[in-house]
Design a protein. Structure first.
Length: 160
């Protein structure tokens, strides 16, 4: 893939910014706004956890502020020594209950993380999707979940 000089300069600046953030904070959050097509929800993901031997974390269908808050809080647990496993429930507070699920298509989502670790998409860093419970405590796979499917797509059913 060839890029024009302006794009190469921009990518170099982004690489530098991300490397500085990871060095300073051990983990950074990359947020991606909603796309223009169907099935393109907003999402955020961590960059830096793979470097400490843990899959990166992804949260889908929340705004930037909420994505950063959730990812920062769970990343702190991981950096503090907690190894998350698929199927685990994480209660951050009475309003933040998350289920840990394997993200089967990380190469279609974690572009900045793969660039940071110099990994091609087909050999992507692994990731867990943190699926959030609705305010009523229900998860998307439970009957009566009040949100439509596109508000929080299931792991592997969406891509960036």
């Amino acid at each position: 893939m060839t890029h024009d000089p302006q794009t190469i300069a921009w990518l170099d600046q982004e690489d530098s910014r991300l490397a500085q953030a990871v060095r300073a904070h051990r983990v950074a959050v990359q947020y991606v706004m909603r796309g223009t097509g169907p099935g393109e929800p907003p999402f955020g993901y961590t960059v830096g956890l793979f470097g400490v031997g843990h899959p990166e974390l992804v949260v889908v269908g929340v705004d930037q502020e909420r994505a950063c808050a959730l990812l920062d809080a769970v990343a702190e647990l991981v950096l503090g020594g907690r190894d998350l496993v698929p199927g685990e429930l994480v209660d951050l507070d009475e309003l933040s209950r998350l289920a840990v699920e394997t993200l089967p298509n990380p190469g279609e989502v974690l572009f900045s993380a793969n660039r940071f670790y110099q990994r091609p998409d087909e050999f992507s860093v692994p990731a867990y999707q943190l699926t959030w419970a609705h305010a009523d405590g229900s998860f998307p796979w439970e009957p009566g979940y009040p949100c439509p499917p596109d508000c929080q797509p299931r792991p592997g059913t969406w891509r960036a």
